[in-house]
Design a protein around this ligand. Sequence first.
Ligand code: DC
Length: 228
Amino acid sequence: MTKPIIIAIDGYSSCGKSTIAKALAKRLNYAYVDTGAMYRAVSLYILRAQLDWKNLSEEELDQTLDQIHISFHFNEESQSSDTYLNGENIEEEIRGKQVSESVSEISQLKTIRKRMVSLQQEAGLNKKMVMDGRDIGTKVFPNAELKLFMTADPKIRAKRRYDELKANGKELNLEEIENNLEKRDYNDTHREENPLRKATDAIKLDNSYMNQEEQLSWVLQLVEDKLV
Ligand code: DC
């Protein structure tokens, strides 16, 4: 493996983007950035501070963003990266209901997107990066060497999310999850600023009926093609 590349993974909520991204990063010895976690961290900060975010000026939002430092640290126990907000491990809290319900609205704010995109571009300067989100192949890294666009049947996605939450001891109503996913899909694809779109040169991966190993070997083949 010689040429370092950027792998941009975009797609709908709960499509398994981060699962494949983590597995790829591990296999290739690349860094991985979960950009959804960054928007979730910003949302958590705003919710905790009870800011009237819909009515903040650009300047006030910028000042708020100056107070937010997001980092990722490897967790030996879970064998994956945890998200930190100003030094506090917030991995569990940002996956909860409160943040999940507001993140797709908060992440529509132009000032927030602008700041996150520039942090993400900085993180990918040295390539050897797998990044997942909604606008990675279209906005953050329009020249990424490999772009994937992931999708899956909405009912299957909701069931996967339900199983995942249940495995973590959280019992949520399946219908509630379906509604939340539907709302997030709508917000993500209809927002003004960098909406979720398949980049014209992205390769579509519908994983409704694929297991993780199948997806990984399919993507690794694509990576190999890019590296030769
Ligand atoms: O990937 P996720 O479900 O954790 O992302 C949470 C929210 O953040 C999602 O509803 C949309 C937003 N998001 C975004 O707008 N742009 C990204 N690059 C990543 C996430």
